[in-house]
Every structure is written in structure tokens, then in C-alpha cells.
Ligand binder design. Structure first.
Ligand SMILES: *[C@@H]1O[C@H](CO)[C@@H](O)[C@H](O)[C@H]1NC(C)=O
Ligand SMILES: *[C@@H]1O[C@H](CO)[C@@H](O)[C@H](O)[C@H]1NC(C)=O
Ligand SMILES: *[C@@H]1O[C@H](CO)[C@@H](O)[C@H](O)[C@H]1NC(C)=O
Ligand SMILES: *[C@@H]1O[C@H](CO)[C@@H](O)[C@H](O)[C@H]1NC(C)=O
Ligand SMILES: *[C@@H]1O[C@H](CO)[C@@H](O)[C@H](O)[C@H]1NC(C)=O
Ligand SMILES: *[C@@H]1O[C@H](CO)[C@@H](O)[C@H](O)[C@H]1NC(C)=O
Length: 331
């Protein structure tokens, strides 16, 4: 552990009491140029990576923000971003602090509120006053928090297999110390990620193209200097999503809302370390999608009864057809 601490000092420099955590050294190739929004947060100078994709063919003056899930990055939205840009949208695709190409602080008070605040700060820096927000997984939970905090900014909310549709701790998931979460994260490798994604994302099937996103994630955990910090950030974000439910506030959402749900999903934070009787109650998306759609005023629900946690990857054509049908209809 001593060597890890020494390595960290290489990436974090403190000048006059202000600690600068530079952007990630992760060299994964993104489909569009990566820009950085610098922000000072929690006594740290941080850089938030994002892509700003201009509309192609024609412009509608509409902007959409795509929020990645916990096991994905901004780059995973390439297909969706390309389709939206040819549909006249400006598409903003951030990597959250702690993730992917953004700064990975050695310690940070992660909360959905802080990540929503950071995302709004990025939009303000770009002079963007109103957006549609589309999230996947943790990005959908974050999109919900963003919408609750910034109702005037968020005209439309699109949730793709969100986590946080139920309060896991209230259903019996024990709190897990961050040190144990970190130890779990340090064991991550290709096999652990693939097994998890096969069972929750892809309904126990596998296609070679799914490996792209597994290998992308593995490369973050295996970064020579930042890998352990990334693992620690992932432990901290697991604690944040477990302890900070949004499910009680769906009734307060003001944005026009669409839920896109693969009902074969069974994701639930903490299921892995819960007793079997608790596990059995968690992550039933055929129930959770309908319950959530009923809670959000005016929400529409599209279910994909044969798809899992990542319908946008598993059946891109069907997912985007449903997305654009709704976007074009509700305006
Ligand atoms: C941190 O950011 C603030 C605000 O932009 C800036 O004034 C300060 O110089 C930065 N600190 C360092 C050490 O770069
Ligand atoms: C943002 O911060 C990084 C260092 O962390 C620096 O290299 C870069 O120049 C800064 N960008 C702007 C626009 O200030
Ligand atoms: C990216 O970094 C890895 C080591 O982390 C290295 O093996 C690889 O060659 C680098 N790729 C590029 C395109 O620089
Ligand atoms: C986009 O906004 C500009 C400036 O506000 C306006 O002139 C233009 O008509 C708008 N275009 C569309 C397609 O709404
Ligand atoms: C991944 O880790 C597990 C244990 O956590 C181990 O059984 C497996 O062999 C490892 N796989 C690879 C590809 O390293
Ligand atoms: C989900 O709940 C429904 C309704 O209670 C039930 O019929 C179904 O078997 C459950 N699915 C799973 C995977 O537990």
C-alpha cells in the first residue's frame, strides 16, 4: 500500500494548499475530441472530461446530455450520440469526476448531488440553459437527481434501466464498509466484469462486440498509477448510490419523462453481499419499471421484455427507434 501512496503523489500536486488533480492519463480513444471543464470542488482543482458533439445535417437548437453508467464511460454513448447529432441535436457527453478521462481524486465526498452539481457547472460554462437529459444505469439515477435539483434546466428526462428504482437498504441490503468495497473493486478483472455483465446486461448471452466495453473498463482498473484510485472512487460511488435513494422523490419530477426498460435486467446494488432472502426481493425490473412510471407524473414507459440492463447496446435499433419516436412526438 505504501507504493500506491507514493505513486499517488505523482499525479496529485499541492500548490499553496490547493490540490490539483489533473485529468486522467487513460489513453483510450474517444470518438470525438475530448475537452475539459476545470472546476474547484472540495478543495480540489479537478478536470471534468466531456465531448461536445455538434449537430450534423441540420440544427434544431436542442441540446441533450448523455450520462454514463457506473461500468461505462462517455465513449459508450457513441452510437446514441451519432444518431442524435444526425437528428439535429447538440450532444454533451461528460465523464463524471472519478470516472474514465476525468480527474480521479484520492478522496472525494461522492454524492449524486455533487455529480449533478458538477454536470450543471459544465453546462453553465458552455452557456447552455436548457437540456434534455438521458441516462443509463447510475447515469439515470444521476439524471433523476439532476432533474430534481435543476427543474428549470431539464425539459425532458429519459431513463434507461435506471438503478435506484428501489431503496435497497430499506429492503434489507446491509451497509458494506467502504474498505471492503474497495477490496472487492481491487479484485476486478476481465472475468469478473464479463460474468457480471453477461448475467445482468445481456440475459446470459454474449457477443464479441460486448467485449469492447469490458476491455475498456478493465483498462481503467489496470492503469499503472491511477488504477487503485479509480477502484477507490468506484467503491465511494457504490456507497453513494446505496445510501442516497431517489426513489422517494419520483413524484416530484417536473420534466417530461420516458422510461426505457429491458425487463430481463436484475441489477441491484448490494445484491452480491445480501442474504438469499433479500436477494430474491431485489431488481425485478418488470415490476420496477411500471411502479416508477406510475410515480412520475405523465411518464411513458417502453419495455423490452427480452433485453437486460443495457438495451441500447443489446438491441441498438429497437432502443433508438423507441427513443426517437418519443422525442419526435413530445417535442
Ligand atoms: C485552483 O483553481 C483556482 C480557481 O480556478 C485557481 O485560482 C487556483 O490558482 C488553482 N490552484 C492551483 C494550484 O492551480
Ligand atoms: C485545466 O486543468 C489542467 C490541469 O489540471 C490544465 O492542464 C488545463 O490547462 C486547464 N484548462 C483550462 C482551460 O484552464
Ligand atoms: C495506452 O497505454 C497503455 C499502457 O497503459 C499502452 O500499453 C498503450 O500502448 C497506450 N496506447 C496508446 C494509443 O498510446
Ligand atoms: C436557433 O436559435 C437561433 C438563435 O436563437 C434562431 O435564430 C434560430 O431561428 C433557431 N433555429 C431553430 C431551428 O429553431
Ligand atoms: C479474475 O479474478 C478471479 C478471482 O477474483 C480469478 O478466479 C480469475 O482467474 C481472474 N481472471 C483473470 C482473467 O485474471
Ligand atoms: C417479478 O415479479 C413478478 C410479479 O410479482 C413475478 O411474476 C416474477 O416472477 C418476478 N420475476 C423475477 C425474476 O423474480
Amino acid at each position: 500500500m505504501r507504493s500506491v501512496a507514493c505513486l499517488l503523489t505523482l499525479v496529485v500536486s499541492t500548490v499553496l494548499g490547493q490540490t490539483v488533480v489533473p485529468p486522467s492519463t487513460w489513453n483510450y480513444t474517444y470518438p470525438w475530441p475530448v475537452k475539459y471543464h476545470n472546476l474547484t470542488s472540495q478543495r480540489l482543482n479537478l478536470s471534468m472530461a466531456y465531448m461536445d458533439v455538434a449537430p450534423t445535417s441540420y440544427a434544431t437548437n436542442k441540446t441533450i446530455v448523455l450520462l454514463h453508467g457506473k461500468n461505462f464511460c462517455g465513449a459508450t454513448w457513441e452510437d446514441t450520440a451519432r444518431r442524435l447529432s444526425t437528428h439535429g441535436y447538440r450532444v454533451i457527453v461528460p465523464d463524471q469526476i472519478g470516472f474514465c478521462k476525468s480527474s480521479k481524486p484520492p478522496a472525494y465526498q461522492f454524492s449524486l448531488q455533487q455529480l449533478a452539481f458538477n454536470t450543471n457547472s459544465l453546462l453553465q460554462s458552455l452557456d447552455i440553459a436548457q437540456v434534455k437529459v438521458l441516462g443509463h444505469s447510475m447515469g439515470s439515477m444521476l439524471a433523476t437527481r439532476f432533474t430534481l435539483m435543476y427543474p428549470d434546466v431539464t425539459s425532458h428526462l429519459i431513463l434507461t434501466n435506471p438503478i435506484g428504482l428501489e431503496d435497497w437498504k430499506a429492503l434489507g441490503v446491509p451497509w458494506r464498509p467502504i474498505d471492503l468495497l474497495y477490496a472487492d473493486e481491487l479484485k476486478t478483472n476481465y472475468t469478473t466484469i464479463r460474468n457480471y455483465q453477461q448475467a445482468t446486461y445481456y440475459v446470459n448471452t454474449w457477443k464479441p462486440e460486448y467485449d469492447v466495453w469490458v476491455n475498456m473498463l478493465v483498462s481503467l482498473y489496470h492503469l499503472p498509477v491511477e488504477g487503485p484510485t479509480f477502484a477507490y472512487n468506484m467503491a465511494l460511488t457504490t456507497d453513494a448510490v446505496l445510501t442516497q435513494p431517489v426513489t422517494y422523490e419520483f413524484g416530484l419530477v417536473k420534466a417530461k419523462t420516458l422510461l426505457l426498460i429491458g425487463t430481463k435486467d436484475n441489477t441491484a446494488i448490494g445484491k452480491a453481499w445480501s442474504p438469499p432472502a433479500v436477494q430474491a426481493k431485489l431488481g425485478n425490473y418488470s415490476v420496477l419499471g411500471r411502479e416508477t412510471a406510475a410515480k412520475i407524473p405523465g411518464a411513458e414507459l417502453v419495455e423490452f421484455t427480452d433485453l437486460g440492463h443495457a438495451p441500447q447496446v443489446q438491441d441498438s435499433e429497437r432502443y433508438h427507434e423507441a427513443l426517437f419516436e418519443w422525442l419526435d412526438r413530445v417535442g
